[in-house]
Each structure stands twice: as structure tokens, then as C-alpha cells.
Design a binder for this molecule. Structure first.
Ligand code: AP5
Ligand code: ZN
Length: 214
């Protein structure tokens, strides 16, 4: 299965991608996770990316296109992959099309998750992530058994630097201006599948499974 999960910040792309990864044994390729790992490791790319991410803007196309182009050539992507947070601009989508055609691969679907803006802000301000294993939680919608502690590994839960309300609003504006045009882009290619992302986590997963199993 070769899938793109498309949607605004907080739509549930990462949550759904992780569930699909476990079910199908194919990798999640999250440009956000890859960039945050580069920031944490203090690499040159990470240092450059951090300034854009902290502002809620997009990292330059050539940087993320390079990351995804390399990643898609790794052998664990042969059976399929789930792209989470890429592409985010029309040039990124064009570049992805070129990489896939060079590799002789076709996308199966682009799943677009739709969620109201005020719900997105609530989801992002309440998001917490395990600092040890990376599992995601939400203080209200998906709370851990003990506040602040990961159910899986006992690690401490942290908030992302860009999940402050002011930065969230900027990320949503960038989404509307630069990423939302991809909905029409993939609709025109006959690949778009729209899913109501306002539903609960398991219900959204069920909707996606219903689409990809067809
Ligand atoms: P990235 O990490 O990709 O962030 P994002 O797109 O802003 O998406 P999020 O991770 O915030 O949201 P999500 O949709 O994954 O939601 P989640 O599942 O966690 O990018 C970060 C930054 O990196 C960008 O701003 C940019 O600077 C840079 N970047 C990344 N890719 C780039 C690219 N291609 N080009 C240029 N720059 C790039 O869910 C959110 C919360 O809601 C969680 O707490 C979850 O538990 C909860 N939740 C999820 N689903 C539900 C549900 N159905 N019901 C109730 N709660 C739910
Ligand atoms: Zn953990």
C-alpha cells in the first residue's frame, strides 16, 4: 500500500499513520519526525530547519524533497509506505511524482483528513508525546493512565515546541495557503479520498481501512 495522509496540523495524520504501520508492517515516513530528529541531533540540516519550524513555517522544498527521495529508495519501502506530512506544497508533490515514476511505483490513494479549525487548536494544545518511545497522547481525547507518564514505557510526556497557540495559528495559515491546494491537485489525478477526521481515533482508522481495502 502506497499512501499519502494529507491534512492540516492536528488532523490526526501521525496518529493514523502509526496505526496503519503496525497493521500493515510498512514504514511511516513523517518529514516532521525526521526533521525533529535532525534538530535533536544538532546536524547542519537540523540547525537550518529549526528556525523555520519554530516560526511555524515550512522548511525549504529542496531540503524535504531530498530527505523523502532518499528514504523512498530504502528497501523497507518496497512493499509500501505511508507518507505523513509530505508533500506539503505543489513543488513537493511534483517532485514526489517524479521520484515515484523513476522507482516504477504508483500511489494507491491520498487520504485527506478534514477537521474544523477550533478542534485542530484543541487537539494540538492538548497533545503530549513520550520523550522515550515517541507514543502520542492527548490530555483529553487520549489520556495516559497516569498524567504525564507514558503507558507503554513509563517515559515522561512532553509538549512539542511548536504546539503553542500562536505558532499553531501560523501553521494553520501556512496549511491553508500552501498545502490545501494539494486537495485539488490529487482530486484531479483521481487519487483523493476524503475522510471525516472529526470522528474518534478508532472510527477514523475504520474509515481509512474501508477505503484502502477496496
Ligand atoms: P509535522 O510534524 O508534520 O506537523 P503537522 O503537519 O503540523 O502535523 P502534526 O504532527 O501537528 O499533526 P497530526 O496531523 O500528525 O496530528 P496527530 O496525529 O499528532 O511538521 C512540523 C513542522 O516540520 C512543520 O511546521 C514544518 O516546519 C516542518 N515540516 C514537516 N514536513 C514538512 C514538509 N513536507 N515541508 C516543509 N516543512 C515541513 O494528532 C494531534 C493530537 O490530536 C494528538 O494529541 C492526538 O492524540 C489527537 N487526536 C488525533 N486524532 C484524533 C481524533 N480522531 N479524535 C480525537 N483526538 C485525536
Ligand atoms: Zn513511552
Amino acid at each position: 500500500m502506497k499512501l499519502i495522509l494529507l491534512g492540516p496540523p492536528g488532523a490526526g495524520k501521525g496518529t493514523q499513520a502509526k496505526m496503519l504501520t503496525e497493521r500493515f508492517g510498512i514504514p511511516q515516513i513523517s518529514t516532521g519526525d525526521i526533521l525533529r530528529a535532525a534538530v535533536a541531533a544538532g546536524t547542519d540540516m537540523g540547525l537550518k530547519a529549526k528556525a523555520f519550524m519554530d516560526q511555524g513555517g515550512l522548511v525549504p522544498d529542496e531540503v524535504v524533497i531530498g530527505i523523502v527521495g532518499d528514504r523512498l529508495q530504502e528497501s523497507d519501502c518496497d512493499p509500501g509506505f505511508i507518507l505523513d506530512g509530505f508533500p506539503r506544497t505543489v513543488p513537493q508533490a511534483d517532485a514526489l511524482g517524479e521520484v515515484l515514476s523513476e522507482l516504477g511505483k504508483d500511489l494507491d490513494a491520498v487520504v485527506s483528513l478534514t477537521v474544523d479549525e477550533e478542534m485542530l487548536v484543541e487537539r494540538l494544545t492538548g497533545r503530549r508525546t513520550c520523550s522515550a518511545c515517541g507514543k502520542g497522547f492527548h490530555v483529553r481525547f487520549d489520556p495516559p493512565g497516569t498524567a504525564g507518564i507514558c503507558d507503554v514505557c513509563g517515559g515522561s510526556l512532553v509538549q512539542r515546541d511548536d504546539d503553542r497557540e500562536e505558532t499553531i495559528r501560523r501553521r494553520l495559515k501556512v496549511y491553508r495557503e500552501q498545502t490545501a491546494p494539494l486537495i485539488g491537485y490529487y482530486r484531479d489525478k483521481g487519487l483523493l479520498q476524503e475522510v471525516d477526521g472529526m470522528a474518534g481515533i478508532d472510527e477514523v482508522q475504520g474509515q481509512i481501512l474501508g477505503l484502502v481495502r477496496k
